[in-house]
Write a protein that binds this ligand. Structure first.
Ligand code: PNS
Length: 190
């Protein structure tokens, strides 16, 4: 296990099974892994930083050496503020390589003591990206197996506010316990 802190920075909009796979792999080789969500992204995100933070916290709750944080500005400055020694990034396919290489070399230029480490997620996630997940979900397609269940649920709520309202009404009428029972039955059938 590598001593010290590694940072896994990204947008995580939303977190996918590929991200989670990489976090689990990273947690096995780094003493401490900080998953860092970029706050000042230019893109207009689907999920707020607070929503992404909450999802990632829930998804990594069982990983003792992983914590979730947010950052602004230059990633290397944030890394320095934590005394981190490594940056973790995932490479799924050759197409990722060019962008990742450019970013790694720019970060090295900015802070030569920080080392970028690349890891590959499981091949079954090699085509999964947050952008495609958003696209498929927005078009009403299924994202089961591409994102964790909690993210699937949040996507459903985000894209169909009526779903959240229906759920809230059902909770009112049935009570939480009955709803959990119905959900379990539904999952068993699926
Ligand atoms: O998940 P993403 O969108 O591919 O992550 C990109 C991210 C957040 C790692 C990158 O844009 C970043 O580090 N931004 C912070 C600003 C910065 O340091 N830019 C110089 C990087 S070469």
């Amino acid at each position: 296990m590598h001593k010290g802190i590694a940072i896994y920075p990204g947008s995580f909009d939303p977190p996918t099974n590929g991200h989670l796979d990489l976090i689990e792999r990273g947690a096995k080789i780094f003493e401490e892994l900080v998953v860092a969500i970029l706050r000042n992204s230019e893109k207009s995100p689907m999920f707020s930083v607070a929503e992404r933070l909450e999802m990632l916290k829930e998804l990594t709750a069982s990983l003792r050496n992983v914590r979730i944080d947010t950052f602004d500005g230059l990633m290397v400055e944030y890394a320095k503020s934590l005394d981190a020694t490594c940056i973790l990034r995932g490479i799924r396919a050759i197409s990722d390589y060019e962008y990742e290489l450019q970013m790694a070399l720019m970060n090295r230029k900015l802070e030569p003591t920080l080392e970028t480490v690349f890891m590959m997620p499981a091949d079954k996630y090699s085509y999964v990206s947050s952008r495609l997940v958003r696209e498929v979900a927005q078009a009403g397609g299924p994202v089961k197996g591409l994102v964790p269940e909690v993210v699937e649920q949040k996507l459903r709520e985000k894209l169909d506010p009526a779903y959240k309202l229906r759920n809230a009404r059902l909770i009112e009428v049935l009570g939480k316990r009955d709803l959990d029972r119905r959900e379990k039955k539904r999952k068993k059938k699926a």
